[in-house]
Write a protein that binds this ligand. Structure first.
Ligand code: SF4
Length: 390
C-alpha cells in the first residue's frame, strides 16, 4: 500500500478527477468566518419566523443562544416535516460487505493496522445475506465497505450492487470516493444513492485525523457528491461526524454544502445524516464528547428548517429512546435490523465474521422498528420508488 503521510491534505493525487466547482471554496469560507457568539435572541427569532432561510439564519439556529429556543425550533421542524413528508418514516438497513481499509482515520475501528478481525463477503455470502434481509420486508439497502481499493475494488462493489438490485428497490452505497466515470459504472449496476461523510469541514483538523490513505485528500472527498451526480446518481447524502471538531461549524458546513449542491443540481435528492462519534474497538477514548442529545436535536431542527425538502437520516448509533422521540421531530429515515459486523446477516459462520466499525445503541429488528414508528403516530414506509431501470 502506498502511504501518503504528511502530504498536503488539500492536494489531489494524480488519479483523482478534478471538477470545475466553486462549492468547496464557499463552504470553507463560511466555515472559517462564522462566529456563533455574535448571534442573539433576535437573530434566532427572525430565523424562526421565516420560510426561506439564508446562511445567516442557519448560523443563528446553530448558535449557543438558539439552545434557549429549542422547543420552538423542534415544533417548527415537526410542522415542516409533516408538510413535506407527511407522517412517513422510511426504513433501510446497511449491509457491510467488507471491513478492509487502507486509511488511517484516528477515530475509526476499521483503520489500517487496527487489530480487528477482517472479513469480506464473497458472492454467495452476499446473496445469502440479501435474501435474509429481503425476508424482513425491507426495500432499501445501503452497501458499505471500508475504504480499500485493493481488497474491495470497484468491480467487486459493482457486482454486489447488481446483486442487491435483484432483491431491493433502492440501493445506496457508502464506499470510498470515486471518479465520475466510476460512479457511472455503479449507477449502471443499479445504485441510486451515494453517501459520503466529510467527517469534519475543518481542513486543518481533517489533516490531523486522517493520517494517510486516499482519504487524506480533503477536496477529492468534498467533491464526491458532485462527481456522483455527474455520474448519473439520483441522490447524494452528506454528513459530518459530530463531535470530531466544533459541531456547530461542522453542522453549518454540512447543511451549506448540501444546499449548494441542491441549487446546482435541482433534480438531485438530498439526504443528511446526523452521526455522532461512537466508541470503537481498541480505543476507549473515542466518545461523543460535547454533542449532547439536546445539541443533536438542535442540529436536526436547524437542518430541517434550512433544508425543508431534504431527507434526514437517524442511525442506530443513537438509543432507541432518542430515536423514538426524534422521529416525529424532523427525521424522515431510520435504519432497522442493523448489524455492523461482516457476515452478521447470515452470510458467514460465527468463526468467519468480521468485526464492526463502531457500537450501535439501537438493536431493534425491522418489526420492532415498525411498531415503534406506529407507536409514535407515524407511518413506516419501505419504498415509494418505482424502478424503471433507466
Ligand atoms: S472512517 Fe472509513 S476510511 Fe477511515 S478508517 Fe474507517 S472505514 Fe477506513
Amino acid at each position: 500500500m502506498k502511504f501518503i503521510q504528511k502530504t498536503d491534505p488539500m492536494e489531489y493525487l494524480p488519479s483523482q478527477e478534478r471538477i470545475d466547482s466553486d462549492i468547496m471554496l464557499k463552504v470553507l469560507n463560511a466555515h472559517k468566518n462564522v462566529n456563533f457568539d455574535e448571534f442573539n435572541a433576535f437573530d434566532v427569532q427572525k430565523a424562526l419566523d421565516k420560510d426561506n432561510l439564508n446562511l445567516r439564519d442557519l448560523q443563528a439556529l446553530l448558535s449557543p443562544v438558539a439552545a434557549n429556543f429549542l422547543e420552538e425550533m423542534v415544533a417548527k421542524s415537526k410542522a415542516i416535516k409533516e408538510r413535506y413528508f407527511g407522517k412517513n418514516i422510511y426504513l433501510f438497513t446497511p449491509q457491510y460487505i467488507a471491513n478492509h481499509c487502507d486509511n488511517n482515520c484516528v477515530y475509526c475501528g476499521f483503520k489500517v493496522g487496527n487489530d480487528i478481525k477482517r472479513a469480506q463477503l464473497d458472492e454467495n455470502d452476499i446473496i445469502k445475506e440479501l435474501k435474509n434481509i429481503a425476508k424482513t420486508g425491507l426495500k432499501e439497502i445501503l452497501i458499505l465497505t471500508g475504504e480499500s481499493q485493493t481488497k474491495t475494488p470497484l468491480n467487486y462493489i459493482a457486482n454486489a450492487c447488481k446483486l442487491a438490485k435483484e432483491y431491493f428497490d433502492i440501493v445506496g452505497v457508502e464506499i470510498y470516493p470515486l471518479n465520475s466515470d466510476e460512479y457511472a459504472i455503479l449507477h449502471d449496476n443499479g445504485v441510486d444513492f451515494v453517501t459520503v461523510f466529510q467527517e469534519t469541514y475543518n481542513p486543518i483538523k481533517y489533516g490531523k485525523i486522517h493520517l494517510y490513505g486516499n482519504k487524506r485528500v480533503f477536496p477529492y472527498r468534498f467533491n464526491a457528491q458532485e462527481r456522483a451526480l455527474i455520474g448519473g446518481m439520483r441522490g447524494v447524502a452528506f454528513a459530518a461526524l459530530l463531535g470530531i471538531d466544533d459541531w456547530r461549524k461542522d453542522a453549518m458546513a454540512t447543511a451549506l454544502h448540501a444546499s449548494l449542491i441542491q441549487s446546482k443540481y435541482p433534480h438531485a435528492e438530498i439526504s443528511i445524516s446526523v452521526p455522532r462519534l461512537r466508541p470503537i474497538i481498541n480505543n476507549n477514548k473515542i466518545n461523543p464528547k460535547d454533542v449532547t442529545e439536546r445539541a443533536l436535536l438542535q442540529v436536526i431542527a436547524a437542518y430541517r428548517l434550512f433544508l425543508p425538502y431534504a431527507n434526514i437520516t437517524l442511525s442506530s448509533r443513537e438509543s432507541a429512546y432518542f430515536r423514538d422521540n426524534a422521529m416525529a421531530l424532523g427525521i424522515t429515515k431510520v435504519s432497522a435490523g442493523v448489524s455492523v459486523g461482516i457476515g452478521e446477516h447470515g452470510g458467514k459462520d460465527d468463526k468467519d465474521k468480521g468485526d464492526g466499525q463502531f457500537e450501535i445503541s439501537d438493536n431493534r429488528d425491522v418489526n420492532q422498528m415498525k411498531t415503534a414508528i406506529k407507536n409514535a403516530g407515524l407511518t413506516p414506509v419501505m419504498s415509494d420508488y418505482i424502478y424503471t431501470g433507466i
